[in-house]
Ligand binder design. Structure first.
Ligand code: SF4
Length: 332
């Protein structure tokens, strides 16, 4: 492990200023990913700024009916928050399907948003990896790629985004609030995570010295229900092979608002906009769900090991839509 300088901040301003003093700095909160990557020598910051004492660990109700989730809120606290369980059920389900209870008790919301890619070659310093070492190549292309992405990939990287929570946040059209010495800005969730393109080492639309201070969730569509479904190799403490977060509302028997986001199949939390458009304004039916699911996975580029993800994700989307409809009808 490369030695680094450690500092502890007690305010956002202090954290941003400490961070900008070094180009190679990073923030520490729960540490559930960062500590692993430091020990593996995959992340090699010159400075680590500890933000655990910065006051941003509450969930606040907003005037418009939405919520502001503090960056340091623990994943388990958010999953069991009363309003989240009632109004953003898919978010609660996604959080509880991620990692293990011990990790959820440590991991923070901002840390989850900033999770690094899921790829064994990324964590192995002996393998070529454009994300860890730009220009070195990609060992997953032509290598073992069973867990890798089929959507949003490039010829330089096919790593899957690992988060469950982020999939639900994408479906609820969250915004990531970041603060820096230049001020505060809210980044729409679909713009926050970057596609790998020819710069897989760049993963987030955040500038050096900016700190995530919270996540803003708009009010959920009135009458909508949501669900998160995840397929994985074992029942707990396992990443998604494919997952779907669906939010769904009905007005006079027709789908008024549909939101679909996918996990486990893409290089970033993936909004299926064309599938949503296909659903909206139509009467719900199994055939319509199948059509939407096919659109969601259109354009998938598979490797020999991961072609199974396309039918798997399609099946999950169809099931999630059916469950969301049942939940909507149970409310009436
Ligand atoms: Fe690295 Fe991405 Fe290739 Fe994995 S898929 S080896 S993270 S470049």
């Amino acid at each position: 492990m490369k030695p680094f300088h450690y500092e502890r901040a007690s305010t956002v301003e202090e954290a941003c200023s400490m961070s900008t003093e070094s180009e190679e700095s990073c923030f520490l909160a729960g540490g559930t990913t960062l500590i692993d990557l430091l020990k593996l020598n995959v992340m090699r910051p010159a400075k680590v700024v500890d933000v655990r004492n910065v006051d941003m660990d509450t969930v606040d109700l907003l005037e418009d009916g939405g919520i502001l989730i503090g960056a340091n809120v623990r994943n388990s606290d958010l999953a069991w928050h009363q309003k989240v369980r009632r109004d953003y059920q898919a978010l609660s389900e996604a959080l509880l399907s991620g990692a293990s209870p011990q990790l959820r008790n440590m991991a923070t919301v901002a840390g989850n948003v900033m999770q690094r890619a899921r790829c064994p070659y990324f964590r192995d310093n002996y393998s070529p990896c454009n994300k860890r070492s730009p220009g070195s190549g990609c060992a997953a292309l032509g290598g073992y790629a069973r867990s890798h992405a089929v959507l949003g990939t490039s010829e330089h990287c096919i790593a899957t985004h690992p988060s469950d929570m982020c999939v639900a946040l994408a479906a609820f059209e969250a915004k990531v609030r970041v603060e820096g010495l230049a001020g505060t800005r809210d980044i729409p969730f679909s713009d926050f995570h970057l596609l790998p393109g020819d710069r897989p080492d760049r993963e987030h639309a955040i500038d050096p010295g900016e700190l995530i201070t919270g996540v803003v969730l708009p009010p959920n569509v009135e009458g909508a229900s949501s669900v998160y479904l995840k397929s994985r190799d074992r029942a707990s403490y396992e990443f998604a092979l494919a997952s779907a977060a669906v939010s769904f509302a009905l007005v006079e028997g027709r789908i008024a608002a549909a939101r679909i986001a996918l996990g486990g199949v893409a290089t970033k939390p993936w909004r299926a906009f064309e599938a949503e458009n296909c659903l909206e304004g139509n009467e719900p039916s199994s055939e319509l769900y199948e059509e939407a699911a096919a659109l969601a996975m259109e354009g998938a580029i598979t490797q020999p090991d991961n072609a199974y993800k396309v039918p798997l994700a399609r099946g999950l989307i169809v099931r999630a839509l059916a469950i969301a409809r049942e939940r909507v009808e149970a409310q009436v």
